[in-house]
Write a new protein. Structure first.
Length: 127
């Protein structure tokens, strides 16, 4: 059994890769503090358009409140589904971050800003 910081995504990736339940499954998306796996986070220039810094975005990935695939990314044939992550920045403000999973060890952040009120109920729904 492995530890995963997002069991929902882990199960989703497991299904995408068609791994049977009796196989050992190493989740490709694990927190950066895990010494076994170092996830690279790439940034497009649009990620900084609303004033979020790279340090704040990385902090949010380490302080996750919510992290799920967006509802409009449910098409199984979609090559780069979008994920919404809500986490705390260095000042304990909530950030909304949109990103894609590029490969097993790489994420690409393309949007980051102060979390809008429309997404705050998602945090409560996960409790």
């Amino acid at each position: 059994m492995h530890e995963c910081w997002n069991l929902t995504r882990c199960a989703s990736l497991k299904n995408q890769k068609r791994i049977s339940d009796d196989e050992v499954f190493d989740c490709p998306i694990q927190r950066s503090y895990n010494p076994k796996v170092d996830i690279a986070i790439n940034f497009s220039s649009s990620a900084f358009k609303h004033g979020a810094t790279e340090a704040d975005i990385r902090m949010a990935f380490d302080n996750v409140l919510y992290d799920e695939r967006l509802d409009d990314s449910d098409d199984e044939n979609e090559l780069n589904p979008r994920y919404l992550l809500i986490g705390f920045d260095r000042n304990a403000n909530t950030l909304e971050i949109l990103y894609n999973i590029i490969d097993e060890n790489t994420l690409k952040v393309f949007h980051a800003m102060k979390c809008r009120n429309i997404y705050l109920p998602l945090i409560k729904s996960k409790e």
